[in-house]
Design a protein around this ligand. Structure first.
Ligand code: NAD
Length: 709
């Protein structure tokens, strides 16, 4: 056995008559230029060595190969030959069998590399898939042409248009791999497999030469069926349809033609706004936990036991989030009946999930077992983290924090789940404001992934670092924000909802606004959302705001008038709409109220274009986002995007409100706002930062880069 062990990014050795090419390019064995070139050289060496009868390609570390190197995107290195897609053809053209040894996440270009091999051996726990669609692109290295030939047309269409990976066992079942092993040394298993091929004189299986398992007519019917499905599930998206088109080409084109067309479709996708937005969202979510003045190696506090004060809607949902993550939690309320109600609500919630077949009875018991109920705040004594979720009143919260100060152990983190109150004022009543912060969960807290981590004036850095980690442990995306009414998300929501009301007063109907916003890509328009959340809640907030509203500020009393009719939304069967079951139906009674309001204001109702509706709603979001950045309440524009993607259903394919602004172009937004400002005055003055960036021909992305450089 000749071994050549080194730190080279690709290693080559002989194991008897088998040549072993090992990719050794941490962290994910990406196909960087030098990796591709070395693989090509070693393939040639193996082909020219008459004592080599088979080749195995494997990967060091945690996977076979992570695909194309993202660091090479938009650089000339990407074009250096062999390009990624050529490499698979070089492998296929070998005159001796090439076997891929697959372990770990072998996705995208990594799986395409394996598809170029003649045979595949995988670890049972490997993950194999073509998730390009999730980044708005199309597998571009032969994946759309080889996968259907290997696993069948329908299976390939489903895998490629959804991006869903399979494990090794499933891969064997669908014919994606030839052998599965539980041996952690997949490379050794692949060598044995290659030796068997040699011994049995088994020939090459060239995937590109295999025939599709479907005739053109049957295939066309499958394509039509899938297109109809995607029109529902991927409405407004481009990439799933591009993927479908490319796979469908296998029905009518030769491999060479389909492969060439795949490159064109892939290039179009890479250049699309959709792909740029999805890639932005991906990096924004990675970036969000990096806090400029908090080093990555800041020591964390240990969080094992959590106590939640207040067993209401939020307290219960938060407790479930911890239990779902396998963490013990004590749920506290002031009275036995409130506590019992809270625990019963949690049990009902789990039972509903169990009854839908999404949670086993054992798992439900295990989770309930992690939640301990307690009456009285003294039960916080042994907790590492205490989250207060009682009524939204400053006096009550401050008195609880005074008590916590006396009861909590030294070093415990004290958090409030307030949605509107001043966290600094809450921290100030304790003798340990450095341990205090806001943890703003969203409702339902066991479902929603967004967590606004409110950094108060005195919050210690290690507290922020600790809760950022904790957010990940309980399956949340934590975004660090500053103290402000509504923090980031809800503060931006207020001017957006205001515009919706004004649009209705001027001539639109709730269903018009909802349709435009849903076409933009939100799952639900603002009026349907309000009906679902309960108009009584918005009404209560409005009443509170009315106390501080300047006398000359324009506002709409429509919400109040609807509520006065007892229409609180879905739960009362009527709100902005009338409900037939869960279906929202436009209601003439609401239209009468709206028309009366327009009359009262002396407005002649007019047709409002979809463009105007979209601009007035979304530009208000963007403008408030810019103010939030000016005030230093969010670290990056991309953090605001993460808030809106995870907490408010902003369409991912548009990257978030601030990235969308960049795509529209800031000068265009400012010009439109200036026009609206001339027309309505009011809140249409563009934020100083927005105007400054627009004048400088800059973008929010540039602004972010300037701050983290
Ligand atoms: P809720 O009325 O459902 O629950 C409050 C619970 O606190 C009740 O069970 C009550 O008995 C208990 N409680 C009151 N005083 C207490 C005390 N001294 N000691 C122990 N328990 C006490 O309210 P909620 O909707 O769960 O809201 C709780 C907090 O979460 C509020 O600050 C609210 O602003 C915030 N929040 C709510 C939402 C939401 O959508 N509901 C979203 C984010 C944040």
């Amino acid at each position: 056995m000749v071994n050549k062990i080194s730190s080279e990014p690709v290693q080559y050795r002989k194991d008897g008559t088998v040549a072993v090419i090992t990719i050794n390019n941490p962290p994910v064995n990406a196909l960087a230029k030098h990796v591709r070139m070395a693989i090509a050289d070693y393939l040639e060496a193996a082909a020219n060595d008459h004592l080599t009868l088979a080749v195995v390609i494997c990967g060091n570390g945690r996977n076979l190969c992570g695909g194309a190197d993202i660091r090479e995107f938009n650089t000339p290195d990407r074009q250096v030959r062999p390009m990624t897609r050529d490499l698979m053809n070089l492998i296929e053209a070998m005159h001796i069998p090439v076997v891929a040894a697959i372990h770990g996440p072998t996705l995208g270009g990594g799986l395409e590399l394996a598809l170029g091999c003649h045979y595949r051996v995988a670890h049972r726990d490997a993950r194999l898939g073509l998730p390009e669609v999730l980044r708005g692109v199309v597998p571009g290295a032969g994946g759309t042409q080889r996968l259907p030939r290997l696993v069948g047309f329908r299976t390939a269409v489903e895998m490629i248009t959804s991006g869903t990976p399979v494990d090794g066992a499933k891969a064997l079942e669908i014919g994606l791999v030839d052998q599965v092993t539980e041996d952690d040394d997949v490379c050794a298993e692949a060598i044995r497999y290659a030796e068997d091929l040699i011994a049995g004189a088994v020939g090459l299986r060239v995937v590109s030469e295999m025939t599709i398992d479907m005739d053109a007519d049957t295939g066309a019917a499958v394509v039509a069926e899938m297109r109809a499905k995607l029109e529902k599930s991927a409405r407004g998206m481009e990439a799933p349809f591009r993927c479908l088109e490319s796979v469908a080409n296998t029905l009518t084109m030769s491999f060479a033609d389909g492969w060439a067309r795949e490159a064109e479709i892939s290039a179009e996708a890479v250049a699309s706004v959709e792909s740029r937005s999805l890639v932005h969202a991906f990096f924004a979510e990675r970036q969000v936990s990096k806090i400029p003045d908090i080093p990555a190696d800041t020591p964390r506090r240990s969080i094992e036991r959590t106590a939640i004060v207040g067993a209401g809607t939020m307290g219960g949902g938060i407790a479930m989030s911890f239990a779902n993550a396998g963490m013990p939690v004590t749920l506290i309320d002031s009275g036995k009946s409130a506590l019992d109600r809270g625990i019963a609500r949690i049990r009902d919630n789990y039972a509903a999930t169990r009854d839908r077949g999404r949670l086993s009875a054992e798992d439900m018991d295990a989770r309930m077992g992690l939640i301990t109920g307690a009456v009285g705040i003294a039960a916080v004594a042994d907790a590492d983290l205490i989250i207060e979720a009682v009524f939204e009143e400053m006096d009550i919260k401050q008195s609880i924090f005074r008590e916590l100060d006396g009861l909590a152990r030294d070093g415990a983190i004290l958090a409030t789940n307030t949605s509107t109150l001043d966290v600094d004022a809450i921290a100030a009543v304790t003798g340990r404001p450095g341990d205090v912060l806001g943890l703003h969960f969203f409702s339902p807290a066991n479902v929603m992934t967004l967590l606004e981590i409110v950094r108060a004036e005195k919050t210690e850095k290690d507290v922020i670092a600790t809760v950022l980690d904790l957010a990940g442990r309980i399956g949340k995306t934590g975004v660090v924000v500053g103290v402000s009414d509504g923090f980031v998300g809800n503060r931006m929501l207020a001017p957006y909802f205001r515009q919706c009301d004004f649009l209705v007063e001027e001539g639109a109907l709730p269903q018009d606004v909802d349709r435009v916003i849903e076409e933009f890509g939100f799952r639900m328009g603002p009026f349907r959302v309000s009906d679902m959340a309960g108009l009584d809640i918005s009404w209560a907030i409005e009443k509170r705001r009315a106390e501080t509203r300047p006398a000359d500020e324009r506002f709409s009393p429509l919400l109040e008038r609807i509520c006065e009719k007892g229409r609180f939304g879905q739960k009362t069967g009527a709100g902005w709409y009338r409900y037939e079951g869960r279906a929202a139906v436009p209601d003439p009674e609401v239209e009468v109220l709206i028309a009366a309001r327009s009359d009262e204001m002396g407005l002649t109702r007019r047709d409002i274009s979809d463009d105007e509706i979209r601009q007035r709603c979304i530009y208000q979001l963007i403008n408030e986002g810019a103010k939030i950045l000016e005030e230093g309440l969010a670290i990056r524009a991309s953090d605001i995007d993460v808030v809106w993607l995870n907490g408010y259903g902003f369409p991912r394919r548009r990257g978030g409100p601030m990235f969308y602004a960049d795509m529209v172009g800031l000068p265009e937004i400012v010009a439109t706002m200036d026009r609206y400002h001339g027309e309505w005055g009011d809140k249409w003055e563009p934020a100083a930062l927005l105007r400054e960036l627009a004048d400088a021909g800059s973008s929010f992305k540039d602004w972010d880069a300037g701050r983290t450089a």
